[in-house]
Ligand binder design. Structure first.
Ligand SMILES: Cc1cc2nc3c(=O)[nH]c(=O)nc-3n(C[C@H](O)[C@H](O)[C@H](O)COP(=O)(O)O)c2cc1C
Length: 302
């Protein structure tokens, strides 16, 4: 048997294939297609303290090989998730990663605190949110603010902490190092790239908020490069994502330095894609005579 299990610095996954927050809901719709226990982990839809209705429509625009979304973190709030969704997810033998979001540092801390007596496996701190107290600039674009958010969450939380980085920065290494220093046990990257579509008839941006986030195969080469760069800057494990559509893509991310991968947009195109990726990774290991998947992590650097 080939070894597929990986360890994200304390978060042990049976295999390196997970799903990206916001593209898998809380798993219910996908449970009709396959056994969720086959996933290494599930990162649930981004949660906030209170329910959020999200942005006005249109919220999703299709591009040639991706999506621009402006969902605006629509979610039922942390209390609903704890009561209604955790019992459902806990039926499966997979790890639960809770993606948390806030308008300010205290909100992140309050959600992390609320999760202290809740049975989850990791918290993914999404620092791609606008910092309302700081003119709407993303927390994840300023290393000092990114450090402060993570430091505060780490101080309060008893859980394993992953920090989800935005790719919309000049140098990912600076942000990755800042959150590592603040105590993050792992980083996940990338979130979506800031993007826009303009309607040539109305001559105006299509999205009410003007810009949104680009995801899907279009961003894969950009994301691979950012994972490669981050790997060279930090010693904590990376959960890599951005446009993964098949096992070749997943393996590429691992060679760049990801210890595990997450599939996002492609779940909408093929709900079985994660299962095909797990099988494809096993086939690759046989073909290459690799007995332990950990052997390929970061291999492109050496
Ligand atoms: C519709 C949609 C909703 C998303 N919601 C979240 C979210 O709530 N929290 C988060 O951290 N990332 C969110 N993301 C970003 C994804 O988790 C992922 O980082 C990104 O889409 C890149 O991966 P992909 O190209 O495989 O989709 C969302 C992406 C999409 C397309």
């Amino acid at each position: 048997m080939n070894k597929l299990s990986v360890d994200l610095n304390g978060l042990k996954l049976d295999n390196p294939v997970t799903v990206a927050s916001g593209t898998f809901g809380f798993g219910r719709e996908f449970a009709e297609f396959f056994n969720l226990s086959n996933l290494g982990a599930i990162s649930v839809k981004g949660l906030t303290l209170k329910e959020k209705l999200g942005n006005p429509a249109p919220r999703i625009i299709e591009t040639k090989s991706g999506l621009i979304n402006s969902v605006g973190l629509q979610n039922p709030g942390i209390e609903y998730f704890i009561k209604e969704e955790i019992p459902f997810l806990r039926q499966y033998d997979t790890r639960i990663i809770v993606n948390i979001n806030g308008d300010n540092i205290d909100e992140y801390a309050m959600i992390a605190d609320r999760l202290n007596d809740v049975d989850v496996d990791s918290i993914e701190v999404n620092i791609s949110c606008p910092n309302v107290k700081n003119g709407g600039m993303l927390f994840g674009t300023d290393p000092d603010i990114a450090y402060k958010v993570v430091k505060k969450v780490k101080k309060i939380s008893r859980h394993h902490i992953i920090v989800k980085l935005t790719p919309n920065v000049t140098d990912i290494k600076v942000i990755a190092k800042a959150v590592e220093e603040a105590g993050a046990q792992a980083i996940s990257l990338v979130n979506t790239f800031s993007a826009m579509k303009i309607d040539i008839d109305s001559q105006k941006p299509v999205l009410v908020r003007k810009s949104g986030g680009l995801s899907g195969p279009a961003i894969k080469p950009l994301a691979v490069r950012l994972v490669y760069d981050a790997y060279s800057a930090v010693n904590i494990p990376i959960l890599g994502m951005g446009g993964i559509a098949n096992s070749d893509d997943a393996i590429e991310f691992m060679l760049a330095g990801a210890s595990a991968v997450a599939v996002g947009t492609y779940n909408f195109i093929n709900p079985l894609v994660t299962q095909e990726i797990v099988d494809g990774i096993s086939d690759y290991m046989k073909r290459k005579n690799i007995s332990d998947i950990n052997e390929i992590i970061g291999r492109a650097h050496y």
